[in-house]
Ligand binder design. Structure first.
Ligand code: FES
Length: 499
């Protein structure tokens, strides 16, 4: 049997009677409650073919939803050929179909977000704004290291051309796959818009890195860049212009410009803030009066890095921890026994440790030097310190931007959390450890807002950043400010009262 999985456009084979969970798991779909039919996190919609509802489906969905094809994929067994839409990708990395205002044009375009870890490309109809296909994959530069620092080091040690070639060939293959899956005519392809962090931009376009690598980390250029795909060595049947949106400052790239465009901060009458939490935490605050951006080195803790049993959010990772009847209860991605803990699990675990008195607000583990979350997974004293560093960097950065604007956290009306981590992070836990405190009403996960920003730029008539936008965004270099160091030290406390 053939299963076509949207919006990825992937086609996989399955045997009759096979658990759909196995098939989807291999594509990276998560099963938050371990496939017990409790969380609905694995829900899918059957677009073509049929999938008989199971008892858990009758509990999870209304009769109308069942009629519309909604099912829990963790309960389903393959009966025939299927086309399904995976719901969790609506808000996670891959898919973004939020309508944007634009002037219809002819032809097709491609919006791309180059992340340090993953790359996502969407093929769009420029007349309707409709997403025709999506492709996502790992950044092929991963073999030169998981983080931007090691990639920069390799590039500066004489491998720049190889790193540039890896991403350009990877993107070229993705674009070929987009057209292969849709069979749309190549002649319709008009333009491509790309966003990515400053290092991804330098590496792809082959800019010298020395200036960016050394304090005060100034990008080689702040201008939007236009190239042709042929010039970049892409092997496509057509040659089209590609625009790489401009950087905003040292380590604040066009991905954050994408977040600003997508969340319409520059059109807001009230003060809003946004953050993309990763190894490099980017933070934004402002309104139509103007926007401040900055970046702060959070370290890899939010991605499960440098944590003794840390891992990425994949199978076997503890992704959520809660306190039930005075004990920790965990959710493991994909179900089964835990193998490690990912960033969202770590934030939850430390919050739970605080609640249970196992961890002090200073970060000290009350007894011994580890807290068992669920055997065999534990967090150590060093792990808590790593998380404190990450948390302090973000909380101090946010405070600095607000102070610069003469405002406080109370004045912020909306706080957008961009990126995959922002979607999985437990807002209550984040508040308990003092990462931010805007309340769940003001905190809005926005998924891959960077990609949405690329799409907005693509759909604009110019195909790039709307005129006048860059002048209204100011970059603040935090590391140059003594006040930042002072705030950073204060914010090391795991204190739920960060204001
Ligand atoms: S309901 Fe299917 S994984 Fe939770």
């Amino acid at each position: 049997m053939k299963i076509r999985v949207m919006p990825l456009g992937a086609e996989v084979e399955a045997a009759p009677g096979q658990a759909l969970q196995d098939v989807l798991f291999s594509l990276g779909v998560e099963f938050p409650c371990g496939g017990r039919g409790r969380c609905k996190g694995c829900r899918i919609q059957v677009l073509e073919g049929s999938l008989s509802p199971r008892p858990a489906d009758y509990e999870a969905f209304t009769p109308e939803e069942l009629r519309d094809g909604w099912r829990l994929s963790c309960r389903a067994r393959v009966e025939g050929d299927l086309v399904i839409q995976v719901r969790q990708w609506d808000t996670l990395v891959l898919y973004d179909n939020t309508p944007v205002e634009f002037e219809p044009q002819e032809g097709l375009g491609i919006a791309i977000d180059i992340g340090t870890t993953t790359v996502v490309a969407q093929l769009l109809d420029l007349a309707t704004g409709q997403v025709r296909a999506v492709r996502a994959g790992l950044n092929p530069q991963a073999r030169w290291g998981a983080d931007v620092i090691s990639r920069m080091e390799h590039a500066m040690a004489g491998e720049a051309a190889a790193l540039s070639d890896a991403i350009n060939q990877g993107l070229s293959a993705m674009v070929l796959a987009l057209f292969e899956s849709t069979r749309l005519p190549w002649t319709e392809l008009r333009k491509i818009a790309v966003v990515g962090n400053t290092v991804m931009q330098h590496l792809m376009l082959g800019f010298p890195l020395e200036q960016l690598a050394m304090a005060p980390h100034v990008p080689y250029t702040m201008e939007e860049q236009t190239r042709s795909t042929a010039e970049l060595g892409w092997h496509l049947p057509v040659d089209v212009p590609l625009r790489f949106l401009p950087n905003l400052g040292g380590f604040v790239g066009s991905d954050i410009l994408g977040v600003i465009l997508a969340t319409r901060i520059l059109e807001s009458d009230v003060l809003v803030a946004a953050a993309d939490l990763g190894t490099n935490g980017e933070i934004v605050a402002g309104s139509r009066e103007g926007v401040l951006v900055s970046s702060t080195a959070a370290g890899p803790a939010f991605e499960g890095g440098r944590i003794e049993m840390g891992m990425r959010a994949g199978k076997g990772a503890i992704s959520r921890v809660s306190v039930v009847d005075g004990r920790m209860e965990v959710q493991v991605i994909g179900g089964g026994a835990p193998r490690g803990i990912c960033g969202s699990g770590l934030v939850d675990a430390v919050a739970a440790g605080l609640e249970l008195g196992l961890i002090q607000p200073t970060g000290r583990i009350t007894e011994g030097d580890r807290v068992v979350i669920q055997e065999p997974v534990a967090i150590t004293q060093r792990d808590v310190r790593e998380l404190q560093l990450a948390k302090a960097a973000i909380a101090a950065g946010l405070r600095m931007l607000l102070e610069e604007l003469g405002k406080t956290e109370e004045d912020v009306q909306k706080f957008y959390l961009a990126g995959a981590f922002g979607n999985t992070l437990g807002v209550t836990s984040a508040e308990q450890i003092g990462l931010f405190r805007f309340g769940s009403e003001r905190t809005i996960p926005v998924g891959n807002a960077a990609l949405r920003g690329a799409k907005i730029a693509l759909l604009s008539r110019e195909g790039g950043v709307p005129a006048g936008i860059q002048e209204r965004i100011r970059f603040l270099n935090l590391s140059a400010r003594p006040r930042f160091q002072e705030l950073f030290a204060e914010k090391m406390l795991l204190d739920p009262e960060p204001m």
